[in-house]
Ligand binder design. Structure first.
Ligand SMILES: *Cc1c(COP(=O)(O)O)cnc(C)c1O
Length: 376
């Protein structure tokens, strides 16, 4: 059986976790959390990185930092994971969904401006499959309308747009280290902060509204409750698990890219014959092989293909019932403009197995079975 996903693991993780246990340093903001934060700050050229308990929580933290209020409107795609909207709905805000582009499955930047009202406060671009949204256009719209931008870069770790790391272009960037992502700590995430002025508040909100981070750095002699907050810091054991992967980040990325390129090469003849569509990576984007997807002609063909792959011990999956059609989306959000591509394209898309450790032989086998399905 070829699984759809296998969580990334490197041997050093067990050594580092054991070290946490032996040194009795398992709570938050220990040595490994610091190492991870510094690794991302250096690697992405970001002012500040704070590990969090999930990408969902990083997005909640960002929503608190920009002080989203009930009734505020936030523009985002409907083709995304629920957390993108949840973080704002929790604060009483209204997600306003706009259509996606059929090539990258990202928010259509040309449809954003028409969705802006006097209640609009921000834009949440989601970098689907680690391929960047058209950030120059989005940042220009944000600047002209005085909106903040929170990037959902859950899938975009180590991918870039015009040389800039995803997650560092908007005011805030949110990463995920869930076990289905390129780098994992089981459950976890990170908030990237572009502007120094938010750093102190971010540390306070992440630490239950206290100034404990300052206390740990010896900047004050006791800590106290100074603001509202929550608890968004992960155990250092989880950070240790992640750090072991960061030490091999390029090796992991290269292996994923090799598998992605092999799929692309093997399936190009099918695409040329008009049987399937392949992912599109615009020129300004360097992707991270988070996902390899193909598009079938319609939902029936996709179902038949899933079954054909399953019969050959291959697990392929689809995802994202567009949020505006889900019960909570209907209740809390609205779609602006026409849904030309969101629903139609989501029904065609199929994700093939992709993980660190997937061999090129396995990619060849999976490709053969896709080709066989189309009778080529
Ligand atoms: C995985 C994912 C999330 C949620 O990440 P968690 O770390 O599980 O909270 C949010 N947005 C997108 C686009 C994702 O793919």
């Amino acid at each position: 059986m070829i699984n759809f996903n296998v969580p990334p693991y490197v041997d050093k993780a067990a050594v580092y976790i054991q070290e946490c246990v032996q040194n009795q340093k398992i709570c938050g903001d220990g040595p490994y959390t610091k190492k991870c934060n510094e690794w991302f700050e250096e690697r992405t050229d970001s002012k500040k990185c704070l590990l969090t308990t999930s990408c969902t929580h990083a997005t909640e933290l960002a929503a608190l930092l920009v002080q989203v209020q009930p009734g505020d409107e936030v523009i985002m795609p409907a083709y995304t994971f629920v957390s993108t909207a949840d973080a704002f709905v929790l604060r009483g805000a209204v997600p306003v969904f706009v259509d996606i582009r059929p090539d990258t499955m990202n928010i259509d930047e040309t449809k954003i401006e028409a969705a802006i009202t006097e209640k609009t406060k921000g834009i949440v671009p989601v970098h689907y499959a680690g391929v960047s949204c058209e950030m120059d256009t989005i940042m220009d719209i944000a600047k002209r309308h005085n909106l903040w931008v929170i990037e959902d870069a859950a899938q975009g770790v180590l991918a870039s747009y015009k040389g800039k790391a995803l997650g560092t272009i908007g005011d805030f960037g949110c990463y995920s280290f869930h076990e289905t992502k390129n780098y994992s700590m089981g459950e976890g995430g990170a908030l990237l902060i572009r502007d120094e002025k938010y750093v102190e508040d971010a540390e306070i909100i992440r630490e239950k509204g206290t100034n404990r981070s300052k206390y740990y750095r010896g900047q004050i002699d006791k800590y106290t409750w100074v603001n509202y907050g929550s608890s968004y810091l992960p155990s250092d054991m989880n950070a240790a698990y992640l750090y072991a992967q960061l030490e091999k980040a390029d090796e992991i990325n290269d292996a994923r890219i090799a598998a992605w390129n092999r799929y692309y090469e093997r399936l190009t003849p099918l695409a040329k014959a008009g049987k399937i569509e392949l992912p599109v990576v615009p020129e300004d984007c360097v992707h991270n092989a988070h996902m390899f997807y193909i598009k079938a002609h319609d939902i029936e063909e996709r179902t038949a293909l899933i079954n054909h792959l399953k019969a050959n011990d291959i697990l392929a999956v689809f995802h994202y019932i567009p949020l505006h059609t889900a019960p909570a989306g209907l209740k809390y959000g609205r779609f602006h403009g026409e849904d030309v591509y969101t629903t139609a394209e989501s029904e065609k898309l199929l994700r093939l197995p992709m993980y660190y450790g997937l061999t090129l032989e396995q990619v060849d086998y999976i490709s053969d079975k896709v080709i066989e399905f189309y009778g080529e």
